[in-house]
Design a binder for this molecule. Structure first.
Ligand code: SDX
Length: 435
């Protein structure tokens, strides 16, 4: 809190003092909670200048390209930590000691399997269903299996639900892929790391031993870390809004998955690869750059731009390095990477992108890395959702822990008709003596 005030002058009213609240870092905010009594609302579609909540989980400085989880810079977490430790950090607010981490890992490994009835759920989907559609269906169905832990006011219920979601998302995700291939589901192997288990459930078959490639395991772990949380993005805000009504956590996470699916958000990595394939060769790049700049053309460079980052997305910097490590290790000469690198070079020099501060974001490189790892494009956003689940749960938990939490209920600027009288001919009347 600070003693600074913003003074608002409204027509025909006394000046209004609005408190200015200071955080531990980043922008100060003007507290407008009392504004409603003046008869005015603020207007901010897309929430370009609106802080929806107070949070201590993730800090982003878009101008400086800073991303920190509980104060730790993302590049250090990606290089020195692992996804499960980052899950503990996001959820609990501090890094675990050895005993705490071992217990966290033990509990996560005890919940990786799905109820066999839920496994049958997959059989109701068409084989060519998009894995995101399957994930929305299956995660939503989880609440029908856990009637014993849906009381969101119960701390133990909240904790076990968090563990179930962290543990089961990789199993749900990989099963949606296996189902699309007609191959049998692979059950989790709890002796493997979180990332190694994911790769094994994706690519192993019961017919032969599967050995996790350590380079791919490290790359998958980095991808999971880099996508784990990102402040109040669209899907996290969706989870918070759903949770504010008291909906059960599985329903809230499904709302987040649905929001993430959009190509402007988590669907961008899949859309980016489609774009690179459509561009096809370095020679075609100028044509697509012009399309992206053309106001009358809906085409945008997928994987470029960000609501917050007006500098490099620090995740993209780590992802770019990981991308080259994977391609070098697998000795893959991917022409799409040539297109991607040339596109990045041109875009970063083009005045349009420079002036609008449109840099490559995390999705620009993640698509190429995942493709190099043999992961089909339709699974890219599924992996993003698997990783972001810990962010969604952490924000949901933080919101419920905050005193005085209210249901989210924005207002509007109404521009429709009003005060009409219903003297309309009753179209439902069929007899001749109707008026
Ligand atoms: C994610 O919020 C998060 O934190 C999200 C995320 C997370 O971890 O949760 O970081 C993950 O969603 C990353 C973003 C992935 N999306 C894409 O890569 C899709 C392509 N990018 C754009 O759709 C866009 O940049 C957004 C949606 C990401 C951001 O859009 P904004 O903030 O609403 O900005 P805008 O659309 O108002 O664009 C500002 C200007 C516009 O031009 P003008 O109207 O001012 O003339 O920049 C232009 C836009 O036309 N512009 C682009 C562009 N992105 C913005 N022009 C061409 N190509 C682009 N990619």
């Amino acid at each position: 809190m600070s003693d600074q005030k913003a003074i608002l002058h409204l027509p025909g009213k006394e000046p209004i003092e609005l408190p200015i609240l200071k955080g531990s870092a980043g922008n100060d905010v003007i507290d407008i909670r009392t504004l409603g009594k003046t008869g005015y609302f603020t207007y901010d579609p897309g929430f370009l200048a609106t802080a929806s909540c107070e949070s201590a989980i993730t800090f982003i400085d878009g101008d400086l390209g800073i991303l920190e989880h509980r104060g730790y810079p993302i590049d250090q977490l990606a290089e020195k930590s692992d996804y499960l430790e980052v899950c503990y950090l996001l959820l609990n607010g501090h890094l675990p000691n050895r005993v705490q981490f071992d217990e966290f890992h033990r509990v996560v490994s005890k919940h990786t399997m799905l109820h066999e009835q839920l496994v049958m759920f997959y059989k109701g989907f068409r084989r060519d269903s998009h894995p995101m559609a399957i994930m929305v269906g299956v995660v939503g169905a989880l609440s029908s299996f856990y009637h014993d832990s849906l009381d969101i006011t119960n701390e133990t219920h909240r904790e076990i639900t968090a563990f179930r979601l962290i543990s089961k998302m990789p199993t749900i995700a990989t099963m949606s892929y296996k189902y699309s291939t007609g191959q049998p589901f692979m059950y989790p192997d709890n002796t493997l790391s979180y990332a190694g288990n994911f790769l094994r459930m994706m690519f192993a078959t019961p017919c032969e031993e599967y050995v996790v490639n350590p380079v791919l395991e490290s790359a998958m772990d980095k991808i999971l870390i880099l996508h784990a949380d990102h402040e109040q993005n669209a899907s996290t805000s969706t989870v918070r809004l759903a949770g504010s009504s008291g909906a059960n956590p599985f329903a809230c996470i499904v709302a987040g998955i649905a929001s993430l699916w959009g190509p402007a958000h988590g669907g961008a990595n899949e859309a980016c690869l489609e774009m690179l394939e459509e561009i096809g060769s370095v020679d075609n790049i100028p044509e697509y750059i012009n399309k992206a700049k053309d106001k009358n053309d809906p085409f945008r460079l997928m994987g470029f731009g960000h609501r917050v980052y007006k500098n490099h997305d620090p995740r993209a910097t780590v992802m770019r390095k990981t991308c080259h490590e994977v391609l070098d290790d697998l000795k893959i000469d991917d022409p799409l990477l040539d297109v991607a690198m040339e596109l990045e070079r041109i875009a970063l020099e083009d005045p349009y992108f420079v002036e609008k501060k449109l840099y490559p974001n995390v999705d620009f490189y993640s698509g190429i890395v995942l493709r190099a790892m043999g992961i089909p494009r339709s699974m890219f956003t599924v992996i993003f959702a698997t990783s972001r689940t810990i962010g969604w749960i952490s924000h949901w938990k933080e919101m419920l822990d905050q005193p005085g939490q209210k249901i989210g209920r924005p207002r509007q600027l109404y521009t429709g008709e009003s005060g009409l009288s219903f003297d309309h001919v009753d179209v439902r009347c069929k007899s001749d003596d109707c008026e």
